[in-house]
Design a protein around this ligand. Structure first.
Ligand SMILES: [Zn+2]
Length: 306
């Protein structure tokens, strides 16, 4: 047996290729690195293999896919990785899209303008999957071991999330528009075979219109622009044909309150509760001081008697 230190770059490369077939990626990676060091004939291919292995071993990291896309862009000919035939141009495209998708999904957003931007970016990526990958299966997912979809299916997932982002950006100013955007998300989720229940619940909530029991103003968007508050509409109060009562929940066990009325009442209630709390704490501290003084004087008395 020949010691590995004496192996040529080409031998190391061939051994690496076998290791990849057995999915022994960490060992294979070492071989390819040595191939690059020794400048074997397959050094360029070894570089792609290293980046492919890095993506397999760290398949949640968008930077791995960006790097792989750049390395693949320098390749002219197809090659085999494990048992998979690779078309470098196509795989580079898939890697760029995947990196873009993960980065956008992770984007931290603050406020409706940024959420809207994120939603539009998701729709933009979805369109690329639709037009550039289409009905083909996404190869990179298979290679790195993440969920395998066709371009169309991937596009539907991304579109659903995109519309959900747009809806959450719109709901503060236009709940009806938010409900419309969620209809699109619901349609995508149904096409994916999901029940779409979350989207449907939000559509119902955002398109619901009521009148505030306190001020009588109309409000649309349950949970956002009005809330349901436990109450008791007494039998006497039920005998009325006014439109606020008509709009109230049918079980008479609660009323609708618009957000301004609700927040005014709850803020005032918080202030009152805080004042009570502070007064109670002051009294407790005063009582504690009195007790401490009594303990000290008793201790002094005992000391004198000894
Ligand atoms: Zn109100």
């Amino acid at each position: 047996m020949v010691l590995s230190v004496f192996k040529s770059g080409d031998e190391l490369f061939n051994q690496g290729v076998d290791l990849v077939k057995r999915k022994e990626y960490v060992k294979a990676r070492k071989n390819f690195e040595k191939t690059i060091e020794k400048g074997g004939r397959e050094a360029a291919l070894a570089r792609v293999y290293v980046d492919l292995i890095d993506a397999c071993l760290d398949n949640n990291n968008p930077a791995r896919y960006s790097k792989l896309a750049a390395t693949l862009a320098s390749m002219n000919d197809g090659f085999v990785f494990g048992l998979t035939e690779i078309d470098p141009v196509r795989l580079a495209l898939e890697c760029s899209l995947l990196a873009e998708r993960i980065e956008t999904a992770r984007r931290q957003v603050n406020g409706p303008a940024q959420i809207e931007e994120k939603g539009n970016k998701m729709l933009d990526i979805a369109r690329k999957y639709q037009s550039q990958i289409g009905n083909d299966t996404i190869m990179i997912s298979e290679i790195v071991g993440i969920q395998v979809n066709t371009g169309i299916k991937e596009a539907l997932y991304i579109q659903a999330i995109g519309y959900e982002n747009l809806a959450s950006a719109a709901v503060m100013t236009d709940p009806k528009r938010a409900a419309e955007l969620l209809q699109n998300s619901y349609a995508c989720r149904k096409q994916l075979g999901e029940d779409g229940q979350n989207a449907m619940n939000l559509i119902k909530a955002y398109s619901k219109s009521v009148k505030c029991w306190i001020c009588g103003r109309p409000a649309t968007g349950e949970g956002v622009h009005f809330l349901t508050i436990a109450s008791d509409i007494s039998p006497f109060m039920r005998k009325s044909d006014d439109d606020i009562l008509q709009s109230a929940p049918a079980d008479y066990g609660s009323v609708y309150m618009c957000k301004p009325c609700y927040s005014a009442i709850s803020k005032r209630a918080d202030d009152i509760a805080r004042a009570y709390h502070e007064r109670a704490m002051q009294e407790m501290r005063a009582m504690e001081a009195r007790l401490q003084a009594e303990i000290r004087s008793m201790a002094a008395t005992i000391a004198i008697r000894r």
